[in-house]
Write a protein of this length. Sequence first.
Length: 170
Amino acid sequence: MTIVTLARRGLCAALALGFLGWALPAAAQPQPSANAIAMAKELMVAKGATAMFDPLVPGIIETTKNTLLPANPGLFKDLNDVATMLRTEFAPRRNQIVDEIARLYAQKFTEAELKELVTFYKSPVGKKFAAEEPIVIDQGLQRAEAWSRQINDEVMTRFRDEMKKRGHDL
């Protein structure tokens, strides 16, 4: 089992707990001010986080088109035309997820903290951090997955060895 699989299971478990009532009700969560949300958006822009949402709408549209295409290959041109139209129509909806994430930041950090974070991300070291962090995360996930595979192989070998000692050939 890979780290990515474990992370997905953890997310599913967290979501399940939330749906079972283990999460705070929406009313109990602090409601951030408009200024805090604006500062959180500025933070997201400064750290380059809004760019990660750019491919979402086009990706959803392309996936939907590609789902319809195999059953309707004769409609290739029309499906492409509709996809082009929908990309334009749905492009502004990207801002909805940016607003939601900004609200989360504004709930987790005070306005003063958000201001400090914006200042940091606008500094030379903050800009470098924002540029390098995605690379570090990507390479880190690759290394974690390779590590996970190695540990998995070692654990499987140990299970087989121990089971063999007990008279079971797995």
